[in-house]
Design a protein around this ligand. Structure first.
Ligand SMILES: NC(=O)C1=CN([C@@H]2O[C@H](COP(=O)(O)OP(=O)(O)OC[C@H]3O[C@@H](n4cnc5c(N)ncnc54)[C@H](OP(=O)(O)O)[C@@H]3O)[C@@H](O)[C@H]2O)[C@@H](O)CC1
Ligand SMILES: [K+]
Length: 467
């Protein structure tokens, strides 16, 4: 599991550790890790550190201090290191002295030729959009030069991944002590590049955000045993499709058939299309362990959603099924409930604009889970899964922009519903479903069709369970 911690939590752990260590020890650990990553990048790019031109963008706080001490280490290995301050009056004094003693220098303007830029403008002390002096430096980073961000790319909000105005786009981010949520959640995540965690010895409590890895998924996936027949492996019921959108039913069933359930039942007007593509499907009402309702349903079917929610059975509600949901009804349920909105649907459920959901995805998914008392999977460039009760929000690490394609959400809802039928909780079914869905899309690559994602799911399942 990759875990991420809020600034408040990191600061508290840092205070506790600092009290037990000599002054400056943590910054030295951070700078050593940062310098090692920079040296590795320079060796890969140009064979050696000696003679490399390194530019440090130096902010007024300790983030700038990390950059200066790391710059000193690189200068001692023969790099030509230039520090460019955001504010010449405010630079970490000890770091600047160390850089000068190692042969580095400070300059007022950003050199146009460089092999590496180190972004030490702002770390976890950054607040709001970059002020003009910082924004001006970021805009002058020469194109094509790799940037290593110190702790996080300047301009990215550490707690949320929000980006207000200009921000650094890094090739690598070297982060200290713990991942920050903003490194795992877009738009911040796509600014951070490859992540490198430097252990500085912090002792941390339960994380605010976590990302599953292969081993976590393997541990959660239901594997049939010798004694499991199709009913024990769970039956998932799909209520989807309409005369206008029969394809959504076909795709939801395609996902459900590959999610490990023993059988898939279809209820709705697209039975002929479903059977033509998936002759394995059971048709018509009957007993199930989980229902999926919503994909391609069209308008005017809220009564069917209400009927399913009144049953003591796990339910996944997607797409058109999400219209006009009553929080009180959902909160009263005891069986697992999973809602799978995209940003527009989430906005309607919260009564806010789509833009505000996109800009603050973490807050939005948490509020949805609390308001509806359900697990909520918020689809998007980084899919998030929250559950009611303050558990860590799960960030899906396997997504790819190619998944933004028609029908891909229908496959996901069927897949996650199948996992619910297999006995996973709402949050686990959502997180594991999103993980496999992303892996399947990555395997398919390039411009993809939703049905190809469904077809690649068994291979994705094997990748996660037998890497
Ligand atoms: N945690 C750990 O264990 C360890 C942490 N370490 C390092 O310390 C870093 C945190 O250092 P930090 O607290 O000094 O804050 P930092 O990020 O340098 O920024 C504060 C400065 O920025 C300014 N400023 C704020 N917003 C701004 C904006 N939008 N645009 C422009 N300026 C803005 C703000 O100005 P002010 O508001 O005071 O006027 C203040 O001067 C952390 O990220 C990591 O790198 C490691 O060394 C060791 C272990
Ligand atoms: K930074």
């Amino acid at each position: 599991m990759r875990t991420a911690y809020s600034v408040e939590t990191v600061r508290a752990a840092e205070r506790e550790l600092m009290a037990r260590l000599p002054e400056g020890a943590l910054m030295q650990r951070a700078a050593a890790g940062l310098a090692a990553v920079c040296a590795g990048l320079l060796r890969r790019r140009r064979g050696r550190v000696y003679g490399a031109r390194v530019v440090l963008l130096v902010g007024p706080g300790d983030n700038g201090g990390d950059a200066l001490y790391a710059g000193a280490r690189l200068a001692r290995r023969g790099a030509a290191v230039t520090a460019v301050p955001m504010d010449p009056e405010r630079m970490h004094a000890g770091g600047l002295a160390a850089l000068r003693a190692a042969g580095g220098r400070a300059a007022g303007t950003l050199p146009q030729r460089a092999d590496l830029v180190v972004d030490g403008l702002l770390g976890i002390g950054g607040r709001g959009g970059l002020r003009p002096a910082a924004a001006a430096l970021v805009e002058r980073i020469p194109p094509g030069v790799p940037v290593v961000a110190v702790d996080l790319p300047s301009g990215v909000d550490a707690d949320t991944g929000e980006v207000a105005g200009p921000a650094v786009t890094a090739e690598v981010t070297v982060t200290f002590g713990a991942y920050k949520p903003g490194l795992l959640i877009d738009p911040g995540a796509s600014r951070a590049g490859a992540l490198h965690l430097v252990d500085i010895g912090l002792e941390l409590p339960e994380p605010e955000v976590e990302a599953l890895q292969h081993a976590d998924v393997a541990g959660l996936l239901p594997e049939p045993t010798a004694s499991s027949d199709k009913y024990r492996r769970g039956v998932v019921g799909i209520v989807a499709g309409s005369a206008q959108y029969p394809g959504a039913a076909v795709l939801a069933v395609a996902g459900a058939l590959r999610g490990g359930a023993g059988a898939v039942r279809y209820v709705g007007p697209a039975a002929d299309s479903v059977l033509a593509r998936h002759p394995e499907t059971l048709i018509g009402p009957g007993r199930v362990q989980a229902w999926v309702i919503g994909p391609g349903l069209g308008e005017g079917r809220a009564g069917e959603v209400a009927d399913l929610l009144a049953q003591d059975t796990a339910v996944l509600v997607d797409a058109d099924g999400l219209r006009g949901l009553d929080p009180a009804v959902l909160r009263a349920r005891t069986a697992p409930t999973l809602l799978t909105p995209h940003a527009g649907e989430a906005a309607a459920l919260l009564g806010v604009s789509r833009e505000s959901v996109e800009a603050g995805r973490l807050a939005a998914v948490r509020r949805l889970a609390e308001r509806y008392g359900a697990a909520v999977l918020l689809k998007g460039s980084t899919t998030l899964v929250a559950s009611a009760g303050g558990r860590p929000v799960r960030v899906n690490p396997t997504g790819t922009p190619w998944l933004a394609t028609a029908g891909s959400g229908d496959v996901l809802s069927g897949l996650a519903g199948s996992l619910l039928a297999g006995g996973l909780s709402g949050a686990d079914a959502g997180a594991v479903g999103a993980y496999l869905h992303g892996l399947a899309a990555r395997r398919t690559g390039g411009p993809l069709l939703a049905q190809q994602v469904a077809e690649a799911l068994p291979a994705a399942w094997r990748d996660a369970t037998h890497p």
